[in-house]
Design a protein around this ligand. Structure first.
Ligand code: IPE
Ligand code: IPE
Ligand code: MG
Ligand code: MG
Length: 337
């Protein structure tokens, strides 16, 4: 079975789980409407719409891993939904933190309803994620395993916010090295993707060795995924990414291509200025070109994805869902949005 067939089976289940998790509070349909807007279910006037809802990469990986190790996906469904809720919480807050006006081809929540509502809307989704995870026990997951999952989830939340802290702190630093970059990305992106594969394996009943192998797969795939996001943030096309192009340069984000050229005197002097203009952005782009920073980042993305594949090899399963994960990992590397 190929990845599209798994997607076709999993996504309707996931969507109903998410809709129940975010169902309207009494008389608060505008508040829940903001969350439903972000999820792609409603438009800005709270009318039903079919809008881009994201790739659902993390819950797909969670359910695939569960099935790969021979588990019942119903047992992992609350974890998959909780992970997607946590991811969406992090995006709502990330768009405030990054002052981003566009996400998934649409205006961001905080741009539409203001920063205060954006923060509160994200908080609600964060809480809904924990409530959703609590449903594991209703699906027959043994209490010890469910407690384990709660701990992994909490640790992941902390790592994600640590990564976001570093991402913001680095905006005003010119001495970020590869180690610091990896710590940031390990936290803000790889931790949640590793959590998805770890919980999938754990809830599917895999042994410790396989759980670690799948977690290693998620971690390295997450690093590769963020490096590609960094490349798209500079050279991607807005019509494809659905996010504002070049904003990573304007906000002086220490993405991998930039970290690679931080020693360049022209870049250092540009990034020491009070304000950056569109012309300065063009100059940054030519510094990146001069050092072939894009090829460097692409090479790194390949390295992390090769590591991810090695972890997958080590998991020791040959089930159809396990096999589908190879294709899925490769398809993510060629993404343009
Ligand atoms: C965006 O993640 C944030 C990053 C970690 C790069 P995705 O690219 O998975 O976002 P959606 O859910 O598909 O929009
Ligand atoms: C991704 O942050 C990580 C989280 C949202 C936790 P970025 O700021 O790099 O991702 P995009 O480009 O806004 O999606
Ligand atoms: Mg960010
Ligand atoms: Mg961002």
């Amino acid at each position: 079975m190929n990845i599209d067939a798994y997607r076709g089976r999993y996504l309707p289940l996931l969507d109903s789980e998410l809709k129940v998790a975010l169902s309207d509070g009494d008389g608060l349909s505008r508040f829940y409407g903001m969350m439903h807007y972000h999820m792609g279910w409603l438009d800005a006037d709270f009318r039903p719409v079919l809008a881009p809802a994201g790739k659902r990469l993390r819950p797909l990986l969670c359910l695939l891993t569960c099935e790969a190790v021979g588990g019942q996906i119903e047992c992992a469904l609350p974890a998959a939904a909780a992970i997607e809720l946590l991811h969406n919480f992090s995006l709502i807050h990330d768009d405030i933190e990054d002052v981003s006006a566009a996400r998934r081809h649409r205006t961001t929540v905080w741009k539409l309803w203001g920063m205060a509502h954006g923060i509160n809307c994200g908080d609600a989704m964060f809480a809904a994620a924990f409530l959703e995870l609590g449903r594991l026990s209703e699906r027959g997951v043994p209490p010890v395993r469910s407690l384990d999952a709660q701990r992994v989830f909490c640790e992941t939340c902390l790592k994600l916010t640590e990564g976001q802290y570093l991402d913001m702190a680095f905006e005003t630093q010119l001495d970020v090295e590869l180690d610091g970059y990896l710590r940031m990305v390990g936290g803000k992106t790889a931790a949640l993707i590793a959590c998805a594969t770890r919980l999938g394996a754990l809830l599917g009943g895999a042994g410790d060795g396989a759980v670690e192998a799948y977690a290693g797969f998620g971690e390295n795939l997450g690093l590769a995924f963020q490096v590609i996001d960094d490349i798209l943030g500079i050279w991607g096309r807005e019509v494809e990414t659905g996010k504002s192009a070049r904003s990573d340069i304007l906000t002086r984000k220490k993405t991998l291509p930039i970290v690679y050229v931080l020693g360049d005197p022209e870049l250092r002097s540009l990034y020491s200025q009070e304000e950056l203009t569109q012309r300065d952005v063009d100059r940054v782009l030519s510094v990146l070109d001069r050092h072939q920073a894009r090829s460097f980042a692409e090479q790194k993305a390949r390295e992390y994805s090769e590591r991810a594949i090695r972890c997958l090899d080590q998991a020791g399963y040959v089930t159809p869902a396990h096999q589908a994960m190879y294709d899925y990992a490769f398809s993510l590397l060629g993404r343009s949005s």
